[in-house]
Design a protein around this ligand. Structure first.
Ligand code: CMP
Length: 235
């Protein structure tokens, strides 16, 4: 059972979660009473592709990577999510297994809503159900865009796309008014669907273009507009 102080903290978080946008206070109260908090160290597998789905996860802090192993045995990162995003709804909706593996990229605090409570919330509150559809549609649109980029763009364009996606999704830190992506070249390669060596070469080329600055495990985005121009082949 969560204490009153915890309930208030949870309610503040839930109000920011896109799943609950526009939902009535009663729905938020029910969700706040239902959630269970879990803490994870960095580098921990929260669940694996193929596992049975038992709960939806709301990220309270930290970064979570969702990935799949492709037919060639390579890891493909689908998304990196952070607070107040949520994941793990698909296996609950279809009563199927997890479509991807979730691994923490930092320490993570998450709130879990278990299957029965989740189903009751979507059945009782149309706003939540609509929000869920909006998230699924947004992810589908994102996948469509990504498949275009991965099919038709060269390595430089793919890496520019990945960096812009991280930038626009807020998966960056801000240092001296520059956006800092704190991922390894291998992690960027898993996002771009290419090899680490190719990413290293593409980053060097982007650095020569003056749109980023690279350091080991760090990429500073110094000119997001320039990155976008490179992605769209107008520079
Ligand atoms: P589920 O299949 O239960 O477990 C893996 C989760 O990863 C899935 O639910 C979604 O919440 C999430 N997921 C799958 N594909 C994507 C994607 N392309 N973008 C963001 N999240 C995704």
């Amino acid at each position: 059972m969560n204490s009153d102080a915890e309930r208030l903290e949870i309610l503040e978080l839930l109000k920011r979660v896109p799943l609950f946008a526009g939902a009535p206070d009663r729905a938020l109260d029910i969700a706040a009473a239902a959630v269970r908090k879990r803490g994870y160290e960095a580098g921990v597998t929260m669940f694996q592709e193929g596992d049975k789905g038992e709960a939806l996860y709301i990220i309270a802090s930290g970064l979570v990577k969702l990935s799949k192993v492709d037919l060639g045995g390579h890891e493909k990162t689908l998304a990196i999510l952070q607070c107040p995003e949520y994941f793990g709804e698909m296996a609950l909706l279809g009563e199927s297994t997890r479509s991807a593996t979730a691994v923490t990229l930092s320490e993570v605090q998450a709130y879990l809503i278990f299957n029965d409570d989740f189903r009751k919330l979507i059945a009782d509150y149309p706003a939540i159900s609509l929000n869920l559809n909006a998230t699924l549609a947004e992810r589908l649109r994102g996948m469509d865009d990504e498949s275009q980029v991965l099919s038709y763009k060269d390595a430089q364009g793919r890496v520019a796309y990945v960096l812009l996606k991280l930038y626009q999704g807020g998966v960056v830190e801000h240092e001296d008014e520059r956006a800092l992506v704190r991922l390894t070249h291998q992690e960027l390669a898993n996002l771009a669907g290419t090899s680490r060596e190719t990413v290293t070469r593409a980053l060097k080329a982007l650095e020569v273009e003056g749109v980023i600055e690279t350091h080991p495990k760090e990429v500073f985005i110094t000119d997001p507009t320039g990155l976008d121009e490179i992605l769209h082949g107008i520079r």
